[in-house]
Every structure is written in structure tokens, then in C-alpha cells.
Design a protein around this ligand. Sequence first.
Ligand code: BG6
Length: 301
Amino acid sequence: MPVEELEDRVIITDPIDPTNTATILKYGATVISWKNQSQEKLWLSEGAHLDGSKPVRGGIPLVFPVFGKQSDETHPTFKLPQHGFVRNSTWEFLGQTSENPITVQFGLGKENVDPEAYKLWGEGKYDVTLILTVSLTKDKLVTSIDVENTGKDAFEFNWLFHTYFKIPDITDTLVNNLIDHQVVDKVLGEEYVEKAPAIGFHEEFDRVYKDVHEDKTLQIIELGKVLVNVDRENLPDAVVWNPWINKSAGMADFTPKDGWKNMLCVEPGHVSSMVDLKPGAKWTGSQILTLGGEIKIQANI
Ligand code: BG6
């Protein structure tokens, strides 16, 4: 069956090759599994809560309308919890929109969000409709988000696909094509220009790369082999995160405790600035993940 709806999740299967599947939890519309030729490509903590009691630790959690915690206390997102409210709301399954590539949609509006949580965003005065589209082909997983302002007041928001990739060994892993980009280093508390042609990992890593041109593909490379290409539409920033030893130890839902060795987050988003959405306006952003291929070195454009 190309689309199977269970009580808490939806499983989609590539009609051409049934060893390619994706599983989307209705809670958070979180993609919790992407298998290609039966091999898992996303990292999901063994301790992740999949029962709707906590945002999922792993897969592709969705971040809206604020990335992290808002520091400006006059901003309508100030009272919201870290990463907003859509990763911990249960989305509606809207159904299948295409057979090949197999494509499904999920929707979230005010009525799907806990009213107490919604009130924390601008005293609950905004109206928004979010549609997540998930599409799967042979070697590709595409997630797109439409944000529509269905209310009377303009609002500002961040968007982020918080994608956790499963990798064989973080110390053998590189991410390329971020050279010469302005970066906010959250571990050092500094902002500078990235000078590494490919970034490697040997300690806690938490950086926001700003305004990375859309034509640049971010490649996750392991021992000279491209694991996955991360392409983006309308998502200018890229967060790269690995919690390493101490930070993982402090997260109760992060297991096994040495799971940081096998995960890397490369997260396309609009986070270093906010999108300003007028009443009636719509905004779309996409993450395109493609497996394999050649190493592509791109200079700063
Ligand atoms: C990343 C942030 O996107 O998400 C990190 O850059 C943060 O600073 C991480 O620790 C995980 O956040 P959370 O809320 O899922 O623990």
C-alpha cells in the first residue's frame, strides 16, 4: 500500500521500489523515518517520546514561529517555548496528493493547537494555516512548508526543518560548501566568517550559517563518500548541530548516550532573520534531500 494511515502515523512507500519508505508521526508532523533500500537515513533517539508527551528527539522536527528562545521581550514570540509550538501539536493528515512521486500532506491551524500554548504567541491574536507536504522518490525526500496568514494581523516568524541525519561516525564526517559564510557560533558566543572548505567535528558544535545562497548544496560526506545532499528553497540559513558528550548526557530523551557519534543535524531554515507575513499572504520553503552522487565543491556565490 503506497499510503498507510495508522492511528498516530502515516507510512508512505515508493510505488516503484517498496524498499523506499518514509514514516510521518501526526504529532509534530515529524518525519521519524526515511528508509532507502531498507536502510535508515534519519537518526531517531531510542529514548524519543513518540506518544505526544514531548517533541521528538530525532527525525525531522518542525520549528515555528521562533527558532530557539526569543531574546527580545517586546516580540510576540517572547513567551513561546524553545522552537515554538508546531513540533508539539498534533497535525491533521490531509491525504495523498500524488501517486508518483508518492506525496502526502499534513495541516495545522489554530484549532489543532492547545489554546494555552497558542495564547503565548501574541496573546493568541494571530491566525495561521500550515501545510506540510512530504514527497518521496527513489533517492529523494522533499519536505515543503506553506505558511499562510489567515488572520487580520501581520506576523513575523522563523521556520526550520530540524533534520537529524544518521551517520556512521561523526569523526569521519565533513560538511562542505559553507566556506566564506557569516556564522553565529553558539558554543563560542561569537560571530565570524567560516574559513574551512569543509567543516569537521571534534567537539560540541552549534552554528547558524547565514544567507547561504540557494544554489549551494550542503553535502554530508563520510570518508570521501557523499551520504546526502541538502538543497534548500527559500531557506537561506543552515544550522549545523552536534551536542557531543556533555550536552547529550544532559538530555533525558537522548539515548544511547553515545548516540552523538552517529548523528548530525543539518537544518535548513529562515532563522537569522524573520519572515514578515501580511494578512492573506503565503510563504513557502522546502528542504530537498538527495542521497549519494559526486562531491561538488562550490565557491561562495
Ligand atoms: C538546534 C539548536 O537547532 O537545536 C541548539 O541550534 C539546540 O542550540 C538544538 O540545542 C536542540 O534543541 P531542543 O529544544 O530540541 O533540545
